[in-house]
Design a protein around this ligand. Sequence first.
Ligand SMILES: Cc1ncc(COP(=O)(O)O)c(C=O)c1O
Length: 414
Amino acid sequence: MAVSSPPKLDAPKLRADFPIFEQKIHGKPLAYLDSAVSTHKPRQVLEKLRVFYETSYANVHRGVYTLSERSTAEYEGARQKVAQFVNAASPSEIVFVRGATEGLNLVAYAWGLVKLEPGDLVVVTELEHHSNFVPWQYMAKRTGATLRMISLNENGELDLSELDAIAGEGKVKVVANNLVSNALGTINPIEKLSAWAHDQGAIMVVDGAQAAPHKSVDVQALGCDFFAFSAHKMCGPTSVGALWGRLELLDAMEPFNLGGHMIRKVTFEETTYGEVPAKFEAGTQPIAEAVGFGAAVDYVTDVGLDSIEQHEHELAAYALERLAEIPGIKLYGPPADRRAGIVSFNLTDIHPHDVAQVLDMEGVAIRAGHHCCQPLMQKLGVAATNRASFYLYTVPDEIDRLVSGLHKAQKIFS
Ligand SMILES: Cc1ncc(COP(=O)(O)O)c(C=O)c1O
């Protein structure tokens, strides 16, 4: 059966939805190659926020008056959109959180701190963002469990041949891995890891921060137990994201934050908790931001996640080809067909911060640093890398400008 390609995305047309591109940086058009850290926002999302604040804003789940009911309907409507976006079995499985970081901390505290004990293994990888590394390292120290890393091969991909040995080292209770690496663009085999984790009796926690914005995600097909992601990396507002979790696990878990809204009944003697997801949403939530998150889901869904993924693959292939022309460049990560729209590299003897500054003068924005992946940098034997990352509004001309800027940096620092 022929596999049909998704409709080709029209990046120059989509770019017109983003007011940020109307300005110049140092007199040059903005080439924004830092979407892995955060994406820009289209008019459709900005407009939704404005209209919501102007016509429907009130606190949610509090009042019986019209505005509060309207606001609650918008907020819960956004939850439904997010649930559908990742194919959750029910909107109740979606907890609004501040972002991927808070979602992963929620699991680490409300599940890890309660369930882990000495002799248990928490298995992460050398490829994790600090958000999916530090909470597990901390929980392992707090509980006496052992933190174990799956290593990377020279392509920046996981060495799954280690799994049998790891299983023999202790009781695997948690496996935590990103679906897409923010530092190398590696796409990780979550289905395989989920199956292995469940064979060990462990839970599978997925950091989906770099995946959900860029490819179609089906949490049920991934076979995982938790999946965390952030709205700001997919055209939505800051300070909101989602944690998807299997209902039976969320139901059985302790609360994370305690206070208003998350309770069923409070007396001087004791407190009982509300149903999931209210149990995990203490205090006033990022209401307008969640509504904006819903609008961002609509936006990227209309563009088409398969088309976004295809577009980014093409850009990554083009970038790897063009960057390889530069003498003295070191490229990190897997080949183009096995990576998302993220390319990390270093130029011999030029610090990434110097490179990024020269590029900024050309209107080209890239990230230079450790990308919140210090253990990975240690593994690569560098303090930092340059990273260019792409999204639905990225055009090949921006990659050409990156390459010319890198030649310029080499001239300046030679
Ligand atoms: C792979 C990955 N995980 C987690 C995070 C944390 O996301 P946030 O800062 O939105 O909580 C990021 C952000 O860069 C990321 O790239």
